[in-house]
Ligand binder design. Structure first.
Ligand SMILES: Nc1ncnc2c1ncn2[C@@H]1O[C@H](COP(=O)(O)OP(=O)(O)O)[C@@H](O)[C@H]1O
Ligand SMILES: [Mg+2]
Length: 404
């Protein structure tokens, strides 16, 4: 039986989807996490503890482990594990992204530099040091602009500033967010705010070639000051020529970063001057959103990723025909969750397939820009992308959130 190593941070939403995929493919799984699992002693050949922040040590740990327990594939399930996954794969001699490419995709400044150097369209950008006085930097800038940390995700710490005063306030707020997240970086990224529609491209790199798996429209405006992700709908309603251009630009961006194997999740904006890359991450879509996707004869995204990592043949990258979408339910304000109401009524909306509330009663909720979690996820399928979007909006309107 083939064995795959899954790198599963304790806080990830992605565990179940990958375990289900392994089950469906008949693959044995070795689970690695950054904290020791209480069952580790009872299943030493199935559970591992690795320091995800020390790729070299983690790679060495897995190499030793693999001397007695063969490993055929390594999959990092989300942002926190892309670099360590590349380092482990390299040490085991498995095909994967070069470590430097995975690292560049995890650092928004390095990513911008590589993309700009390769002529891939990106917003104008500049690093901002937390050790400098932000006031003169703020006065010298053009507005509107976006400030962001180099290595967080889920829009955490991403803030639009329209004036020098807002710029200074944003720098200070992001510095506090970094401190709270235990991130010691002293550099932020400031970049031009790119107006226009935003899309997400879900793809799979196979031997350096990008297969587009799905292109999602994000029909809610993302104009700031914080960038709360909500609705994703596929297929995109953009003209076919624009969609083709988005795929081409994403492939060029992945190549410029040096990414070659495995999933990519890219975000682009279609502004007046054509597409511009917001980011390309060497991972699959976050949260539970992948449930909106099915391929070929009902395969999940995680099955595709595992198959590719194992070097198995993939019959089809074709997404099912039916339009589909997901709404990430945002956290409306800070406090303790008392109840989410109206779930049954929301589930009854035609087109709604599933509602998953991922927060629990009594949980401390933190909205953007400090927080990174979602209240839950709503999934819909319908005849048209418009109908999917409408179903998601109608379901959301029936939900109530009681926060104390
Ligand atoms: N330069 C920009 N112009 C316009 N919107 C931006 C820009 N940078 C980020 N955003 C918005 O903020 C969101 C999150 O930023 P991103 O760089 O993707 O960070 P994260 O890794 O947290 O997702 C994007 O999806 C987009 O909506
Ligand atoms: Mg992003």
């Amino acid at each position: 039986m083939e064995r795959a190593l899954l790198l599963l941070p304790t806080t990830t939403y992605r565990t179940q989807a990958f375990l289900d995929a392994a089950g469906a493919l008949g693959v044995e799984i070795v689970c690695a996490s950054e904290r020791p699992n209480v069952f580790e002693e009872r299943a030493p050949d199935r559970l591992l503890t690795l320091d995800f922040d020390d790729p070299d040590a983690a790679a060495e740990g897995v190499r030793r482990f693999a001397e007695t327990s063969r490993i055929d594939a390594v999959v990092g399930v989300d942002d926190r594990t892309t670099v360590v996954a590349a380092a482990i794969a390299e040490r085991l001699g498995l095909p994967a992204n070069p470590v430097g490419a995975a690292a560049a995709a995890r650092n928004k400044l390095e990513m911008r530099r590589r993309l700009a150097a390769a002529g891939v369209p990106v917003p104008r950008f500049e690093p901002v040091s937390l050790d400098d006085d932000p006031a003169p930097v703020a006065r010298a800038r053009t507005y509107p602009c976006v400030l962001k940390p180099l290595a967080l995700s889920a829009s955490r710490g991403v803030i639009r500033a329209d004036t020098p005063t807002e710029f200074v306030a944003a720098v200070e707020r992001i510095a506090r967010i970094l401190a709270g997240a235990g991130d010691t970086s002293r550099t932020l990224l400031a970049e031009e705010f790119v107006p226009g529609a935003e899309v997400a491209l879900e793809g799979l790199l196979v031997g350096g070639a990008l297969q587009t798996l799905a292109l999602f429209d994000k029909p809610d405006p993302l104009d700031g000051p914080f960038f709360e992700e909500t609705i994703y709908v596929t297929p995109s309603r953009l003209p076919a020529a624009v969609q083709a251009e988005l795929a081409t630009v994403t492939a060029r961006a992945a190549a410029a970063l040096g990414l070659r194997e495995g999933p990519v999740h890219a975000e682009l904006r279609v502004g007046p001057g054509g597409p511009r890359v917001i980011e390309v991450a060497a991972r699959s879509i976050g949260g539970l959103c992948s449930r909106a996707l099915r391929f070929g004869a009902g395969m999940t995204l995680e099955e595709l990723i595992l198959r590719h990592a194992l070097g198995r043949k993939i019959e089809s990258y074709e997404r099912e025909r039916r339009p589909a979408g997901v709404m990430m339910l945002p956290i409306p304000r800070a406090g303790r969750l008392r109840a989410v109401t109206g779930v049954e009524a929301a589930r009854a909306v035609p087109g709604i397939e599933e509602i998953v509330i991922t927060t629990h009663r009594g949980q401390e909720l933190v909205p953007l820009p400090e927080g990174w979690q979602y209240l839950g996820f709503v999934f819909a399928r319908a005849q048209t992308p418009e109908a999917v979007e409408q179903a998601l909006r109608a379901a959301h309107a029936r939900l109530g959130v009681e926060i104390v």
